[in-house]
Design a binder for this molecule. Structure first.
Ligand code: ZN
Ligand code: ZN
Length: 585
């Protein structure tokens, strides 16, 4: 929650920090800040301290030559300073398109956290979804930084294993954990969170009571929090005991588009638990909002579920197609996700629907290109139209050069900025006099994918099985040309590394598919990646993890697709035969 006074003081400090000549006026009734000129002076009028702070940053960026595109790397370009009229509205107040706009914290908080919070405020983002174990380590000082920037933090994400940790309950309450093949699982305590597939015996009344008690205690220990969540561990593995089995039909499988055709639907069993836990929590803590997720085999609402005022769903279009917009009727993947989103919005009864996006592909897309600039503006308008309340995306600072443009444009689109003007501003901020060359570079990258004339799910196989080495050579040449025009620009130098990576990965991919790749070559590739730890191109630990699967394939002489998960590889094979060939409009 926002603290008015510290936020107002911060707005005043930032005026000085960026050497801006402007007066701050509080003006109730405005839908957002407004920038005006009155008798030769700039006035930043705003309905509250939060909008006032946004107004300061907006004025700095739009009229005074500042760029806040990169966290911790504010840039000033005198050529972008605009001369201002004596009188008139410089930038009119307008209601933000989406109420919640945010990021999803994907790694522990660290000494780079302050620049992320700073960047969020400068880009008018007001929401941060953090995993509970990360929130445990967030210092009071950093919490204060978020608070004075108007950033609401939700402590949540996959968290069955946080509410009911194996180390505490394995021995005393084995009945709290899922029964699989007639045996209670022993919780590994979330040692590996990706597709952990360890769930709870969610129908057990004592388990539900224990979760509510743990939630109430957690909220007492963290009075600053207003939003917590109840979200299954990643993956599948729902309980098969006689009581839980009543909530699903093993013959009633999930769907191809949401990667759950190989498992039964878990909507009913999950939503029954959410409903009761939310109701019990509300009785003691009506001020707390409980969020839950819509994902894989539980991505659509159960028939009798309603989103009441203390409930919010985060809808995660996992492995969505990034060659179509989310609402494209011709997309055999996204059109189903769009239908789910509409269905969630239809059952709103005072509660909220937020979209949990992956504007960096997904975890294992590994800095490969996702150019979603125009599409995000279209998608935000569609979200607003169907009744979605918020948007947030997974992100990492260490791959900012690959996806920062998406993050910055998501923020502008969700706020309701006009598309062409927002793109013009960002390209002129980032590339100055070479804005046109910058646009051409990203158009070339985008064309790499749209030339498929079919769907593109963000995993490496989908990209490299349909592109040629020559295409990456041409893109790399463009990046080098862009860097030559301004050699001192660090971002452009990183684009050169980024595009050289495409060439190297493509070669590696082709050899791996031909089963001629050696471990020595794989090591050389990884060494090359890791020689750029000081750049914001790669999420290094993910490369080691991902390519351990390829190494295993080399050793065993098996065919390599992705991460060597059988059911996942099977979806890739089937997608290659089907949706890779669906027409784009
Ligand atoms: Zn059970
Ligand atoms: Zn598609």
């Amino acid at each position: 929650m926002m603290q008015t006074e510290p936020t107002r003081l911060l707005a005043e400090r930032e005026l000085e920090r960026y050497d801006l000549q402007a007066e701050l006026h509080l003006e109730s009734g405005l839908p957002s800040f407004e920038l005006r000129r009155v008798a030769g002076k700039t006035v930043i009028a705003a309905p509250d301290a939060q909008e006032m702070l946004y107004g300061v940053y907006d004025f700095a960026e739009r009229f005074c030559g500042w760029s806040f595109f990169e966290p911790g790397r504010d840039a000033f370009d005198a050529a972008r300073v605009k001369s201002l009229p004596e009188n008139g509205v410089l930038y009119p107040a307008r209601k933000p398109l989406l109420k919640r706009r945010g990021l999803i914290q994907q790694c522990p908080f660290d000494d780079e956290t302050p620049v992320i919070f700073d960047w969020m405020a400068k880009n008018k983002l007001n929401y941060l979804l953090a995993q509970m174990k990360f929130y445990d380590d967030l210092s009071p000082a950093y919490k204060q930084l978020a608070r004075e920037r108007g950033i609401t933090i939700e402590s949540g994400h996959h968290n069955f294993n946080y509410w009911i940790p194996g180390r505490k309950y394995n021995a005393s309450h084995p009945e709290f954990f899922a029964e699989i093949n007639g045996k209670r699982i022993e919780s590994s305590d979330g040692k590996d969170t990706l597709f952990l597939s360890e769930q709870l015996c969610t129908t057990n009344p004592a388990l539900r009571a224990e979760i509510v008690a743990n939630m109430v205690r957690y909220c007492e220990e963290h009075p600053e929090l207003h939003t917590i969540s109840l979200i299954p561990n990643d993956g599948f593995g729902w309980c098969e005991c006689s009581e839980c089995s009543k909530f699903y039909d093993k013959e009633h499988k999930g769907e191809f588009y949401s990667l759950s055709e190989h498992v039964y639907k878990a909507n009913a069993i999950y939503h029954d638990m959410v409903r009761e836990v939310a109701a019990r929590l509300q009785k003691v803590r009506p001020d707390i909002q409980l969020t839950f997720t819509a994902y894989v085999n539980y991505c659509s609402p159960s028939p009798d579920l309603r989103l009441t005022p203390n409930l919010a769903v985060h809808f995660a279009p996992y492995w969505r197609c990034i060659n179509h917009t989310i609402d494209a009727p011709e997309c055999p993947v996204n059109s189903h996700y769009a239908e789910d989103i509409r269905n969630w919005c239809r059952i709103k009864a005072g509660g909220e629907v937020n979209i949990y996006e992956y504007y960096m592909g997904v975890h294992f897309y590994l800095s490969l290109p996702m150019i979603h600039f125009h599409e995000m503006f279209h998608e935000m308008e569609w979200y607003a139209r169907v009744g979605v309340d918020g948007i947030m995306t997974q992100f990492l600072l260490c791959h900012w050069t690959a996806y920062g443009m998406n993050y910055a444009l998501m923020a502008r689109a969700a706020r309701g900025e006009e598309r062409e003007a927002a793109l013009e501003t960002l390209f002129s901020e980032r590339f100055g006099a070479d804005a046109e060359e910058g646009k051409a570079f990203y158009r070339q990258l985008k064309k790499l994918m749209t030339d498929f004339n079919g769907c593109h799910i963000p995993y490496p196989y989908s990209l490299f099985s349909r592109t040629t080495a020559e295409q990456y050579q041409a893109i790399h040449a463009s990046a080098k040309a862009l860097a030559t025009r301004k050699p001192e620009d660090r971002f452009r130098r990183e684009l050169v590394i980024w595009t050289e990576y495409f060439i190297r990965f493509k070669k590696l991919f082709d050899e791996a598919r031909a089963q001629t790749l050696t471990e020595t070559e794989l090591d050389a590739f990884l060494d090359w990646i890791h020689s750029f730890r000081d750049m914001r191109v790669f999420a290094h630990s993910r490369f080691d993890r991902y390519f351990s699967a390829l190494r295993q394939s080399i050793r065993q002489g098996t065919e390599w697709f992705h991460f060597n998960i059988d059911w996942e590889d099977e979806y890739i094979r089937r997608q290659e035969k089907t949706i890779y060939h669906s027409k784009r409009k």
